[in-house]
Design a protein around this ligand. Structure first.
Ligand code: URA
Length: 465
């Protein structure tokens, strides 16, 4: 018997049918928790056909999920498979998750930084989604690195290193595994309820005591409208808190790629450079955001009285080499070959390389970061179809950041592609995505707003949805 056969509607003993649920959502109805559980069980077991799941996703995207529907979806997805219990780690388990960005490699810094400061970091991450890169795809640039660990293996890496970064598996949050891949192919990524349930189901299945959310806003965010980003932040905090996990969300700028590298291997190299104590100016936003997020994790994990003290502790771990030691230990414990970091440039073998030069003089005023993310994916760093391999060596290194004054002909970015044929479209996208101005653009704060349980509830009370 398929698991969905056991789920009955709220009002009667009659079995549920996917077609009725699709039609209800299509017509603007609000689904109850039984109907949502039916969809989730069908996604996890494969008993609901993909065309019906895809249609339900589109109906939910178009009509939005209510706060209650989102909560029900999150919990049903969390419970769709095995769960991890951090009880035997003997430490507070805290993680961070971002809503997705371009060049967003903070996880590589944050996980070892928080672990170095006494917090356990069981991190279940995702793959490239839409225009954004995926932590797992980036880690798999390292020869041998295994992301699909069993729960026992996950626990033993955590006991040894304090941090482990893994994927959801057929047994761990299987509903998200199915829905995530389908959303990526059906244009149903950019929706607050679906994003909330996808992220939190993974995080809650890891049994976290606390969670720090990095909700992106600006031209590279899934939700470009700042009001939508705020809503997402409040929705996620309220949903996670209601499920018993202490949570804060920071609304952070994704109006340009974070740091200078966007791709797979080149992002790992940028993160490791910082953990080697180097401080290139073009990585300064990445460094600062990582320390802020780690500071919150260390504070929520009970290892610092305030996020600011947590920030200072994290900075010490960055500079004294302890974060790098933990990062390399974690890679080795998951089967990865850390020797590739001995000569990062030697390991980097893109099929084709081209430097793009500034086509006019002026200040780099705006970057359409979503478009830049698609350029990175189409160089070979992302996939056209689910399950395809990604090119570890493809991506873009930006030589100028927003606000920089550049002269015509100056190198703007280096593009690394799978082959010369992969260069033409990304080069064109890059040209259209960057605009110059005669005067410097206004500075944008890295962290725009912070939501805690109380401010999230207050926000949702006032939001009409
Ligand atoms: N990250 C996820 O895990 N899911 C989303 O939907 C977006 C970002």
């Amino acid at each position: 018997m398929a698991p969905t056969d056991k789920i009955r509607s709220k009002d009667s003993a009659a079995p549920l049918h996917m077609i009725d649920i699709i039609r209800k959502k299509r017509d603007g109805g609000v689904l109850d928790e039984h109907e949502i559980a039916f969809v989730v069980a069908g996604a996890a077991s494969g008993s609901v056909p993909l065309e019906q799941l895809a249609t339900w996703l589109m109906a939910s995207w178009l009509n939005d999920l209510s706060v209650e529907e989102t909560r029900a979806l999150t919990l049903a997805m969390r419970d769709s498979g095995e769960k991890f219990s951090p009880a035997r780690l003997g430490k507070t388990a805290v993680d961070k998750h971002s809503t997705g960005g371009v060049g967003d490699k903070t996880s590589f810094l944050i996980a070892p930084l928080a672990a170095a400061c006494g917090v356990a970091v069981p991190m279940i991450s995702g793959r490239a989604l839409g225009h954004t890169g995926g932590t797992l795809d980036k880690l798999e640039s390292i020869p041998g690195y295994r992301t699909a660990l069993t729960l026992d293996e996950f626990e033993s890496v955590l006991l040894k290193c304090g941090a482990s970064i893994v994927s959801q598996t057929p047994s761990l949050v299987p509903a998200d595994r199915a829905l995530y891949a389908l959303r990526d192919r059906t244009g149903t990524v950019e929706n607050p309820g679906l994003i909330c349930a996808s992220i939190l189901s993974k995080k809650l299945a890891a049994g976290l005591d606390a969670l720090v959310l990095d909700v992106k806003t600006g031209s590279g965010a899934f939700l470009r409208d700042p009001a939508q980003s705020e809503f997402l932040a409040a929705l996620m905090v309220a949903t996670a808190e209601a499920a018993g996990t202490r949570t804060v969300a920071l609304l952070t700028d994704m109006g340009q790629p974070l740091g200078c590298a966007a791709g797979n291997w080149i992002e790992l190299v940028e993160a490791v450079e910082l953990m080697r104590g180097r401080r290139p100016v073009e990585s300064e936003d990445l460094r600062e955001l990582s320390l802020i997020l780690a500071g919150w994790m260390i504070c929520l994990g009970g290892q610092a009285a305030t996020p600011e003290i947590g920030h200072a502790r994290a900075e010490k771990a960055l500079m004294d080499g302890s974060a790098l030691r933990i990062f390399f230990e974690m890679i080795a414990a998951q089967g990865g070959d850390v020797s590739v970091f001995d000569d990062p440039a030697g390991f980097h073998r893109p099929g084709a390389t081209e430097v793009a030069h500034a086509w006019e003089s002026g200040f780099l005023a705006e970057m359409d970061t979503t478009a830049l993310g698609w350029a990175v994916q189409r160089l070979g760093a992302g996939r056209e179809k689910a399950g395809e391999p990604v090119d570890p060596h493809a991506g873009i290194v930006f030589h100028a950041r927003r606000g920089a004054q550049v002269e015509r002909g100056q190198p703007l970015a280096t593009l690394y592609a799978t082959s010369a044929a992969h260069l033409a479209e990304p080069k064109e996208i890059l040209r259209r995505a960057i605009t110059f101005s005669k005067t410097p653009p206004d500075a944008v704060p890295l962290v725009e707003q912070i939501f805690t349980r109380d401010s999230a509830q207050e926000f949702l009370r006032n939001a009409v949805r």
